[in-house]
Design a protein around this ligand. Structure first.
Ligand SMILES: *[C@@H]1O[C@H](CO)[C@@H](O)[C@H](O)[C@H]1NC(C)=O
Ligand SMILES: *[C@@H]1O[C@H](CO)[C@@H](O)[C@H](O)[C@H]1NC(C)=O
Ligand SMILES: *[C@@H]1O[C@H](CO)[C@@H](O)[C@H](O)[C@H]1NC(C)=O
Ligand SMILES: *[C@@H]1O[C@H](CO)[C@@H](O)[C@H](O)[C@H]1NC(C)=O
Ligand SMILES: *[C@@H]1O[C@H](CO)[C@@H](O)[C@H](O)[C@H]1NC(C)=O
Length: 378
């Protein structure tokens, strides 16, 4: 009986006293895939002749880095905050080709799940990037032989790596809408997109990944860009918070299907942690009670933008000379019309790590590792 004592002590210690120290031992690397919610500086590599997209100009990065880094926020993104929680360095953009031993980030602004050919057949074009989730997964596969060198080495390496597969899906729908597709045109592709994300996760499992976080799509109808681009004169199109209902329903439909797909994947691979990260509800919690989290300014208006009721103008985006920025980004949920402020990302990360909006709860991740290690010593 006495030998079970250390387990309990460790359990309590992890939870309440040693969260950081305990978490540090969990993962030795983090790999990111996704779009502008996750890109830490890849997009510029697709711009010729030293041209830079607008998120490479101030005030992007002002809060944490004090200079633009290519992140679409005033500071750190969810992947950065998750990495730091586990004691890992901020994951560098993969196209910078820096040392990837503790992880790297393949995400590119504007990425979609499905490839450009799929959409071009439907008359949907993308002016930002043609990079798909499958491209990013291929980049990872090409890099893997440089990260580990034999089957036992790779097994160990991948088992102690954390994978963030997403967010993906938002751009699949947003770019279709901006190519003048209707909701009815888009509905049939939602199941394909959700299935494809799960196939991507499956591919990581086959390669040896043991912990994969798959995020939901955000409540698109609450973003300043949707509220501006799809403004309606019909009051009934808005919910009690002032968000557009139909884009939120579109996002919810995607999220429901994604959860079903992930459930099936867990049944196929019971020994893999496949975690649904509910960005949607974690951010709705903030939209519903912004003052509670220190967001004192109108929650649907962007901090940085080109004016208008939501401070968003696609012809005068944040980072260009026509845009202006707020005094204190901490008081804003929305940073630039599409993306959150670092302050909002911090609250969302907290929710995910505490397990409120992650399923199965992320707070149990490292705990299980530690308890298992203790048990196997007995
Ligand atoms: C970074 O990776 C190396 C090699 O796998 C590992 O020894 C080290 O502990 C990792 N650093 C952190 C902070 O996990
Ligand atoms: C995407 O691919 C199409 C052809 O498939 C090309 O015409 C277009 O310029 C590409 N866009 C970008 C941003 O690379
Ligand atoms: C496999 O690679 C690891 C380092 O990644 C090394 O420590 C180990 O000795 C190698 N095993 C074999 C059988 O070559
Ligand atoms: C999350 O949001 C969806 C709508 O997208 C809703 O159906 C679901 O009940 C919510 N779940 C939680 C745990 O709040
Ligand atoms: C958006 O910005 C452009 C460029 O500065 C400007 O010409 C246009 O009037 C703005 N639109 C609105 C609705 O403010």
């Amino acid at each position: 009986m006495a030998s079970s004592q250390p387990i309990i002590i460790y359990f309590i210690g992890c939870n309440f006293f040693l969260l950081l120290a305990c978490a540090t031992s969990c993962y030795t690397s983090i790999f990111g895939f996704g779009d502008s919610l996750t890109d830490t500086g890849n997009l510029v590599h697709f711009y010729p002749n030293g041209n830079k997209p607008h998120m490479y100009f101030p005030p992007y990065g002002e809060t944490y880095f004090h200079h633009p880094t290519g992140r679409c926020s005033d500071g750190r993104l969810l992947i950065d905050l998750i990495a730091q929680h586990y004691g890992l360095p901020l994951p560098p953009p993969s196209l910078d080709r820096r040392n990837a031993q503790n992880g790297t980030n393949f995400a590119v602004v504007g990425s979609r799940v499905m490839d450009a050919q799929f959409y071009e057949k439907m008359g949907i074009y993308d002016i930002v990037t043609n990079v798909s989730m499958w491209d990013q997964l291929n980049w990872f596969k090409q890099m893997l032989p440089h990260l580990c060198h034999n089957s036992s080495g790779c097994k160990e390496f991948l088992e102690s790596s954390l994978f963030l597969l997403g967010e993906f899906g938002g751009n699949d729908y947003t770019h279709a809408l901006l190519s003048h597709k209707t909701l009815n045109d888009i509905l049939p592709i939602i199941p394909l997109v959700a299935q494809s994300i799960a196939s991507g996760a499956h591919e990581l499992v086959e390669l040896g990944a043991r912990t994969i976080i798959v995020p939901s799509v955000l409540p698109l109808g609450c973003s300043s860009s949707y509220l501006t681009n799809f403004e309606s004169l019909n009051e009934e199109d808005y919910d009690e918070l002032g968000c557009l209902i139909w884009p939120n329903e579109l996002a919810s439909y995607h999220n429901e299907l994604l959860q079903k797909e992930l459930h099936r994947l867990r049944e196929l691979h019971p020994h893999v942690n496949i975690i649904y990260a509910d960005y949607y509800n974690a951010s709705m919690k903030i939209y519903r009670a912004p003052r509670k989290y220190g967001f004192l300014k109108s929650v649907l208006v962007a901090c940085c933008g080109g004016g208008g009721p939501y401070n968003f103008n696609v012809s005068a985006q944040c980072g260009t000379s026509q845009a202006t920025s707020c005094e204190d980004p901490k008081q804003y949920v929305n940073w630039d019309g599409y993306h959150f402020s670092e302050a909002a990302y911090k609250w969302i990360t907290k929710s995910l790590l505490e397990g409120l909006f992650s399923y199965p709860p992320m707070k149990n991740l490292c705990l299980f590792d530690v308890v298992e290690a203790q048990v196997s010593q007995i």
